[in-house]
Structures are given as structure tokens and as C-alpha cells.
Design a binder for this molecule. Structure first.
Ligand SMILES: Nc1ncnc2c1ncn2[C@@H]1O[C@H](COP(=O)(O)OP(=O)(O)OP(=O)(O)O)[C@@H](O)[C@H]1O
Length: 256
């Protein structure tokens, strides 16, 4: 297996590029500027954490970068040759998401009536793609769910449900996995296992991953941390121990 720390690769193509992205919710006196002139590139094969105080624009950033929402101004490119997501129709955006993006959510978002195997293969069915049963079995084993393929989500722990959600995000070999507070609903031990799994996907398969988190410990697993405050990027730092990330968080306003 190829091991590859994202930041160590000299000439990786950018997996995502945001140019002068702004997002305003509402109009007139009630308008809220959620993102304000954000430009950033996410290198292919890297693990990026996005941090910032509540209301700083983390979810908006993720939604715009993943094609879940359109910026008010600016452009978003997923992959080197990809079109500007901001210019695509709803249908085209849906296709881009299905083919190029994987999602992991805080509350897992598994379909309760489907087994683990059926949940994990759902993105393939939606994209009218097929995968050999043995390859799905191998993916389930890789995320530690080898014996759980026929279980329902309700028969799994929170950590196991998030493992299934990670397998589901990886099954289409997306250009980018976006994880929104993936450990927010988990105990410390399960959170650690989930972060190790995300880290392994980056190291072993060069899976570009962008994770929004409040937690400095979670962010310490990433190759770099993007700090947002008031809708702007105020700092980008390389991998840091959790206490230094926490320290940086407490001084966000004063460094902006
Ligand atoms: N649909 C919406 N309509 C109006 N304002 C919104 C909407 N979504 C977000 N906002 C506002 O945009 C700003 C950024 O919100 P966002 O959810 O991106 O921040 P966040 O950093 O993810 O916050 P949290 O950590 O609390 O989830 C906030 O002021 C929020 O109130």
C-alpha cells in the first residue's frame, strides 16, 4: 500500500480551489455575510481541518466547497479541470456530488431500514454504478465492519455507524471526502478510531479529506488547519499538536 502524507508531495494537483468566494444569506438590512472573499486551495491527497468559532462560516465553507450550496460571488473548482461549481445547474451539481464527493455527517445519516451493506452501496446505486460484492466486503473489512454487513444501523454502536458512513463516503472513490463534525456525537475512544480511519484513507489511498471540527484533538490529525473568523480565513497552519491548535483558537480574534 502506498503511504503518502499530503503535504510531503511536491507537485500534487489541487483537489479544490476557491477563488474570492463570498456568501451572503438574505438581503437588505437582514443580510448576513457568512463567507467574505475566501480564496484557498486544498492539495490533492491532503487532510485539511477547518476550525473557527460558532458562526464563523465553517458549514457555509463546506457547503460551498462541496457543491451543496452556491456562493453569492466567486468560483469553486473541484479537481484541476473541473468546471466552476457556481455556474452549474442543480441537476449538474447533483451529478458532480454523486461522482466526485463523499460526505460524512455528525449524526451518520444512515438509512435505518437498510443494512450496512445496502447503506454503503447506496451511492453506487444512485450513480448507476456497480462494484463486485467482494470489493464491498473488502471495504467493510477495512473499516472494521467485516462481521456487520447484514446488520441494521440500530444494531450498531455510534462508532460503528460512523464507520459505515465512512465506507459509504469512500465507495465511489470520490475526489474529496467532506466530513462535518464527524466525531461530534462520539465518545473519546470511538472518536479516535474514526479519526484514525480518516487518516488511514489519506495515508494509504491519498484520499483528499476536508473536515470541519470544533475539536482541537480532531484537528490535530490533519495535515493542516484552516482557521475561519467572521467568514474570512485568518490563518492556515501545518499539522500541530492539539494544545497548540486550542491556543490558536483562543487567540483567533486578536490575530485576524
Ligand atoms: N440559511 C441561512 N440563512 C441565514 N443566515 C445563515 C444561514 N446559514 C448560516 N447563516 C449565518 O451565516 C453565518 C455563518 O454560519 P455557519 O453555519 O456557516 O457557521 P459555523 O462556523 O458552521 O457555525 P457553527 O459552528 O455554529 O455550526 C452565521 O452568522 C449564521 O447565522
Amino acid at each position: 500500500m502506498k503511504r503518502n502524507r499530503g503535504l510531503d508531495v511536491a507537485s500534487v494537483a489541487d483537489a479544490i480551489r476557491l477563488d474570492a468566494v463570498s456568501k451572503v444569506y438574505g438581503t437588505g438590512v437582514g443580510a448576513v455575510s457568512a463567507l467574505d472573499d475566501v480564496s484557498v486551495t486544498i492539495p490533492g491527497g491532503s487532510f485539511t481541518a477547518v476550525m473557527g468559532p460558532s458562526g464563523s462560516g465553517k458549514s457555509t465553507f463546506l457547503h460551498c466547497a462541496a457543491g451543496l450550496d452556491r456562493p453569492t460571488t466567486g468560483s469553486v473548482h473541484l479537481g484541476a479541470a473541473a468546471p466552476d461549481l457556481a455556474a452549474l445547474s442543480e441537476t449538474e451539481l447533483t451529478l458532480v456530488r454523486r461522482r466526485h464527493v463523499g460526505f460524512v455527517f455528525q449524526d451518520f445519516n444512515l438509512v435505518p431500514s437498510l443494512t450496512v451493506r445496502q447503506n454503503v452501496t447506496l451511492p453506487l446505486r444512485l450513480a448507476h454504478r456497480r462494484m463486485r460484492r467482494a470489493d464491498v466486503t473488502e471495504l467493510l473489512a477495512r473499516v472494521g465492519l467485516g462481521g456487520r454487513a447484514d446488520h441494521l444501523p440500530s444494531q450498531l454502536s455510534g462508532g460503528q455507524q460512523q464507520r459505515a458512513a465512512i465506507a459509504r463516503s469512500l465507495i465511489t472513490h470520490p475526489d474529496v471526502v467532506f466530513a462535518d463534525e464527524p466525531t461530534g456525537a462520539l465518545d473519546t475512544a470511538s472518536a479516535r478510531e474514526i479519526l484514525a480511519l480518516l487518516r488511514a484513507a489519506v495515508d494509504d489511498y491519498r484520499q483528499t479529506t476536508v473536515m470541519v471540527t470544533h475539536d482541537p484533538v480532531a484537528a490535530s490529525w490533519a495535515d493542516r488547519v484552516v482557521f475561519l473568523a467572521d467568514g474570512r480565513i485568518v490563518d492556515i497552519v501545518a499539522a500541530q499538536p492539539a494544545d497548540r491548535i486550542a491556543d490558536r483558537m483562543t487567540r483567533l480574534g486578536s490575530w485576524a
